[in-house]
Ligand binder design. Structure first.
Ligand SMILES: *[C@@H]1O[C@H](CO)[C@@H](O)[C@H](O)[C@H]1NC(C)=O
Length: 312
């Protein structure tokens, strides 16, 4: 083919979540509410942990980081999806599309790394309680957080380097509500089948590696907790249960989309909603409603502000 004749695609068409107008209005209202809760809940958790000295421990620092990532992960796709509900032509510019891919993968990859770090933190706390403060020092914790960001960055860059070089010339319809790699690759004007497999393998290997590490560490933790009959066991168990819920709901959809060979459009779309809207919602929901330390920190926060208001 003569390259000079190819018209370059400058924007893509998103087909959105569904076609019916009524459903779109309904979804708009639901997702708008959920998004408000995601943003305010996660910002609140982050601020609470940073400002409350009693929550200054590796576990809560990691939780604050997770909330921070969740908020951004959701912000890459959700606002665009919300405004698109009202638009007939849901277009996205080429640059916008590339940005979405980059940020979804950098935040998604970092979140996976961070979940592994959180599991490691719990493993040390439960299985080696006497050495916890020496093993999980603040420097170590910062180092681990930095490592998860690095993993996310390297992963996202590796995807970008390939996808930026693909020629896009003809079809430009994406049957989803945001730009995701498996769909975008299909639009490239070349035989992209093998490339698609390779790029999915990139995400798939990352997701599977993290998932297996998480599986091993939580199985180990649960076995230890099961054997010991200490009083701390039930508290440890409830924290782990919260982590495991997040892990399953985050990795389940990712692994299905990137590792599962068959793709069924509506299932993929449904799962994409899961990791861009539902998982970011879980953190605030699980931790603010169930965690005692966070609950008492919230009480302190409230009384502190009531008090300062009373004084002024
Ligand atoms: C992330 O974790 C680091 C290291 O524990 C901590 O110093 C930092 O405050 C956390 N960042 C956020 C946004 O919570």
């Amino acid at each position: 083919m003569d390259k000079g004749n190819l018209s370059v695609v400058s924007e893509f068409m998103l087909l959105g979540l569904c076609h019916s107008w009524n459903m779109q209005v309904l979804f708009l209202m639901i997702f708008f509410m959920l998004y408000l809760i995601i943003i305010s809940g996660n910002i609140f958790i982050t601020i609470l942990i940073i400002t409350d000295p009693q929550l200054h421990s590796p576990m809560y620092f990691l939780l604050a980081n997770l909330s921070f990532i969740d908020m951004w992960l959701s912000s890459v796709t959700t606002p665009k999806m919300l405004t698109d509900f009202l638009r007939e032509n849901k277009t996205i510019s080429f640059g916008g599309c590339m940005c979405q891919i980059f940020f979804v993968h950098i935040f998604g990859g970092s979140e996976m790394g961070l979940l592994v770090v959180m599991a490691y933190d719990r493993y040390v706390a439960i299985c080696k309680p006497l050495h916890y403060s020496t093993i999980m020092s603040l420097e170590k914790c910062i180092g681990l957080v930095a490592t998860s960001w690095t993993i996310g960055f390297v992963h996202a860059m590796s995807q970008m380097i390939v996808i930026m070089q693909l020629p896009f010339c003809g079809p430009r319809e994406l049957d989803s509500f945001f730009c995701d790699i498996p769909l975008v690759i299909k639009l490239a004007c070349m035989d992209s089948y093998n490339l698609g497999i390779l790029m999915n393998a990139d995400s798939g290997v990352l997701a599977m590696t993290c998932f297996v590490l998480l599986l091993i560490s939580y199985t180990y933790i649960l076995l230890i907790v099961h054997q010991s009959s200490k009083t701390g066991a039930s508290k440890a168990l409830s924290t782990c249960a919260a982590h495991i819920t997040v892990v399953v709901l985050f990795f389940g959809p990712c692994i299905f989309i990137y590792v599962w060979p068959l793709s069924i459009t509506w299932v993929d779309k449904f799962l994409a909603v899961f990791y861009s809207v539902i998982t970011p919602l879980l953190n605030p929901a699980i931790y603010t409603l169930r965690n005692k330390d966070i609950k008492s920190a919230m009480k302190r926060f409230r009384s502190y502000y009531m008090h300062s208001k009373g004084n002024s």
